[in-house]
Design a protein around this ligand. Structure first.
Ligand SMILES: Nc1nc2c(ncn2[C@@H]2O[C@H](COP(=O)(O)OP(=O)(O)OP(=O)(O)O)[C@@H](O)[C@H]2O)c(=O)[nH]1
Ligand SMILES: [Mg+2]
Length: 530
């Protein structure tokens, strides 16, 4: 039996979307279609005094359109909308609530609707347990299966990296002998992350290769084994038989299906078809960075009962995230994924160093060298555009980020001497033109950078612990003085982020206020003299 399922993955042309340009993939924030629908619904309810059958219906129409456009399974859409409606209209809307500090907060009907959507989205996609099981011998064995080109081999390496981070000794197994280059691909990835790759003898069949690898793992003390199997364009008997044989040969503790987000609704069909032959423990949804629709993420659990355990968000071996329905739900709702962001931040930032930065900033000694370090931390968290997309309230700005600007700022700082980096105020006209020459930029850009940095530094020391982009992230309060430095403000000249103007405005406002205070002091003095 052959299911008529279109080839997925490498045929990514469809992801170019309306513009049809393949590079457009990189410039479209993840799940854009869904976010657009929910944002429209939220805006529609922004001014209403209470939720009624009528205005909720209208808002749900926006949501419905985006769900269908995102290729979410029809039955799931109908069900989901019904549940949101019941939840939104069902309970009496409490318009007042207390926050943690005991202050009264007002909840608008629009917010109540968003909360209903959020709860239902989480319910739809969860519950999720991203942990991987161990077999009787204590080995975390993972068999990866899926159609051709969905990212199995990449996921094999990503999972190996993930397990390696947990302190495990991992063996990767090249069980794809279909594609001549497949073994080499896995070997290269293994080498990149420092993980051993088991390769079969010429002509050896995949089940035999896997069985041999399982024995080797026991004999040589590997406590995690990841089997990378072959894919096919469509689900056929030959593929299934081979997978069943491997399954019998090694009895893996985890049978993980890999699907890519580009498959849309087909991912659900594929998961169903695989599950009929092999009991699946979970799913990895890849290329979530490349698809603006992402409908598969919403529907697959509801239809097949197979939970998503991880999502892949890029080609790099580090781009694998444990799936968190709450995070995805708030991202879809245009509210950012703060928890995920904080987790990533924790992975790349050295706490002690951050605290030292904070102390230096408070003493007013934060230089361009420190800024450079901060820019690098942010870069390590992934493309700046993605970092922004996950911040609450400003996710929409992500599209305007110019990654190149970050590089230009770096180039400028690199051309400065250590003294200039520490005290940018010493950079006069002739130093500026030397720096410009060294970095291939213009003098004007050097002066602009120094000007903006000066304003930022002044603001940060005046404000002490608040104000910046990163300081608004709950949990980063401790790092606020250094994290609070808002590198995006430096990108203001190209429209990189909206905060540049805000910073300039408030600097101007503060200086006006200072002037007024001085005037008042002088006039008090004059009065006293009289
Ligand atoms: N953008 C993006 N690309 C990915 C992701 N995962 C994999 N890829 C890319 O997708 C392509 C196919 O990945 P593979 O890992 O070779 O897929 P496969 O399922 O092993 O392919 P076959 O072995 O031929 O069936 C490669 O170019 C990967 O770099 C992801 O999460 N995001
Ligand atoms: Mg492969």
């Amino acid at each position: 039996m052959v299911h008529a399922i279109p080839p997925a993955g490498k045929t990514s042309a469809s992801a170019g979307g309306a513009s049809g340009r393949p590079e457009a993939i990189l410039h479209r924030p993840m799940l854009e279609t869904l976010t657009r629908g929910f944002t429209a619904a939220r805006e529609r309810l922004a001014g209403v005094r209470e939720l009624s059958e009528e205005n909720v219906e209208q808002a749900l129409r926006d949501v419905r359109l985006s769900l269908l456009e995102a290729d979410v399974d029809l039955g799931v859409v109908r069900d989901f909308l019904g549940r949101v409606k019941t939840r939104a209209l069902g309970a009496r809307v409490e318009t007042r609530t207390l926050d943690a500090a005991g202050r009264t907060l007002r909840v608008t009907p629009g917010q109540h609707f968003v909360k209903a959507c959020e709860d239902e989205l989480v319910e739809l996609m969860g519950p999720v347990d991203p942990s991987l099981q161990r077999d009787a011998a204590g080995t975390t064995s993972v068999m990866l299966l899926g159609l051709q080109g969905v990212g199995k081999t990449t996921v094999a390496a990503k999972l190996a990296r993930h397990l390696q981070r947990e302190g495990r000794r991992v063996l990767l197994v090249a069980a794809d002998v279909q594609r001549p280059a497949a073994v080499l691909q896995l070997q290269q990835l293994g080498q990149q992350i420092g993980v051993e790759v088991h390769v079969g003898a010429p002509g050896e069949a995949p089940p035999a290769i896997c069985a041999q690898a399982a024995r080797r793992a026991v004999a040589q003390g590997f406590d995690a084994v990841v089997y990378d199997t072959a894919g096919r364009l469509a689900i056929d008997d030959e593929l299934m038989l081979e997978l069943e044989e491997i399954d019998r040969a090694v009895a893996p503790a985890n049978r993980i299906l890999v699907c890519d987000a580009l498959m849309g609704r087909d991912a659900v069909q594929v998961a169903r078809a695989f599950r009929e032959r092999i009991p699946l423990d979970g799913l990895v949804l890849t290329k979530l960075d490349g698809d603006a629709r992402g409908g598969a993420a919403l529907a697959v659990k509801a239809v097949t009962g197979v939970p998503i355990k991880f999502v892949g968000t890029g080609e790099d071996v580090e781009r694998l995230e444990p799936f968190r329905p709450e995070g995805l739900a708030s991202r879809i709702l245009g509210m950012g994924d703060v928890v995920g962001l904080v987790r990533d931040f924790g992975q790349v930032v050295d706490e002690r160093e951050a605290e030292e930065d904070a102390a230096r900033l408070l003493r007013g000694r934060f230089g361009l060298e420190d800024l450079l370090k901060q820019l690098r931390v942010i870069q390590r968290m992934g493309p700046l555009r993605e970092v922004f997309a996950r911040l609450p309230g400003i996710g929409g700005l992500a599209d305007q980020i110019d990654e190149g600007e970050l590089g230009r700022v770096e180039a400028l700082i690199h051309s400065m001497t250590p003294a200039e980096r520490a005290r940018p105020e010493i950079i006069d006209k002739s130093r500026a033109s030397r720096i410009a020459r060294g970095s291939g930029r213009r003098s004007r850009e050097v002066r602009e950078l120094i000007g903006r940095f000066g304003q930022m530094r002044q603001m940060m020391s005046a404000l002490g612990t608040s104000g910046g982009l990163l300081s608004r992230i709950p949990g980063l309060g401790r790092l606020a003085p250094s994290g609070g430095m808002d590198p995006s403000a430096l990108l203001a000249s190209t429209g990189g982020a909206a905060s540049g103007g805000g910073l300039r405005d408030s600097a101007r406002r503060r200086s006006r206020q200072k002037g007024k205070r001085k005037q008042a002091r002088n006039s008090r003095k004059r009065n006293r003299r009289r």
